[in-house]
Design a protein around this ligand. Sequence first.
Ligand code: WTA
Length: 580
Amino acid sequence: MTMRLEVLTKNLHMSNIGSYNERIKDFDWSIAEKELDYQPGQVINIGWYCSDRICRMGKADKQALIWEGSTGAEKRYTYDDIRRLSDSIGQYLRDLGIQPEDRVCLFMDKVPELYIGFLGILKIGAIAQPLFSAFGDESLLVRLENAQTKVIITQKKHAPKVRKILAQLPWLKYMIIVDQEPGKPLQEREVAMNMEELPAAETFQIYPTKAESPSVLHYTSGTTGQPKGVKHVHYSLISQYLTAKWVLDLRDDDIYWCTADPGWVTGTSYGIIGAFSNGVTQCVLDSGFSAESWYRFIGKHRITMWYSAPTAIRSLMKAGDEIVKKFDLSSLRHLASVGEPLNSEAVIWSEKVFGKPFLDTYWQTETGSIMISNYPGMKIKPGSMGKPFPGITATVIDPEKYEPFAEPGKIGLIAIRPGWPSMMRMYWNNEETYNNKFRNGWYLPGDRSSIDSEGYFWFVGRDDDVINTGGHLVSPFEVESALLEHPAVAESAVVSKPDFVNMEVVKAYVTLKPGFIPGKDLDLDIMNFVRKKLSPLAMPQEIEFIDALPKTRSGKIMRRILHAREWGEEIGDTSTLEND
Ligand code: WTA
């Protein structure tokens, strides 16, 4: 069976992790604490670890961040630059009256201010709340409301979305615009901040955060209810530093490229914290995807470590093998992937064209760092997520008994014993949902998998209705709520449908209010309506108008039936169906 095909990686080189089997024996997180000179009870501040400490290690003049914009413009920052500029941003926020634990939202494209501002926020003990810059006003509103965000840092092109909802955000004291032209008038609550021109903060003192001090608040979507704010703490650094070192295999001479946007957890855990705390040089490409521009970027900067996502890899596959030969990609040493199932074809293809396979890694916003993974030097089974990171006790449990299966090969729920450093500490103001994620002392990420006789995990699917489109989680509930606000929509049900590149995309079944007639224009109008309100990711790729939605006798819409229809699956038990 090709899915179970076993290949040995060619890169059985000496890696940071060394032997996985040796590492899992007697593993203790104090390994990372010692490497970071951290003693329990002491001050621990991610902002300091990602800049000041690296400077103190003699790398002040080393390149920390090489940024390229969509027009080809380039900006470079050394570790001393990011230390100095994050101090200045921290001081600027303090002068505005921002207190420790206040939520400061970063709502920007992948510009340098996002990366450096993130460190500045953490340095003053405030909580960084990154939000994806393509979010529309409705997506923004629910997340800023829930977090009672005090400041939002953004670019002028995104400012109109904030202005639109300002009246509904009484806690929001300031909107800081990082690229405002001098002399241009500002509106209510707006201030302009040019990072490069901020005064030096010579006497700046980093706030003495401790292990349990809150650091980052990331929003993630569930099946029901509004998105949940996942609260992380400064101690998460311990996991993020060590997983970046052992899984991403980051080394001093690496030129690292994490393609994720810091609006999502991969972009902060590994696009900021894991990278900078390991003192590597990282590159950021702030422009849309094209195979040509990605290969050019790797060749130009001589990227050695590339952390990406299955959707991007499948898009590259689609672009073909010939285009790869036009570029010099010989610098690539190590590749890894996260966010959705990495099919065996993609692993085998990458080994063929790049000479290295993409190693799959599995984790989620709540876990803060990689939980299950393939490791450099370890035998890879293409299509498998690999094995738990040392120190992580993960298994698959029977969904009925909440106990691990006695024999391998059974499909059940992924379950992880809590207690690793980067585990979320709470869903913001939502203790009930948080408590619901635990059973029998296990944390349940909400995914299904099996484990083979050699301990390798094989992802099966999610255990809820959340849609993972191109590695981004979309809540059907949020899309349905947005659809209902459209004047023509009476009812809707949102499900996923298969897609080669994105694995799955959003599809909406819609019934119309009297007087509205199905048609192409109405399709597009509804799609655009959702795109503007939520985001391009959440926009249905297809709208199907139907006369009535399948419902239970109690009136609940049965998404399951529509889902089965899209995926060509058995419909299963329909005994509770209303129109039976
Ligand atoms: C899914 C992204 C299959 C899974 C870091 C998880 C994966 C959700 C993989 C988290 C993988 C992540 N194979 N599925 N290697 N990695 N997922 O919170 O359903 O945006 O629970 O974090 O993506 O998505 P999140």
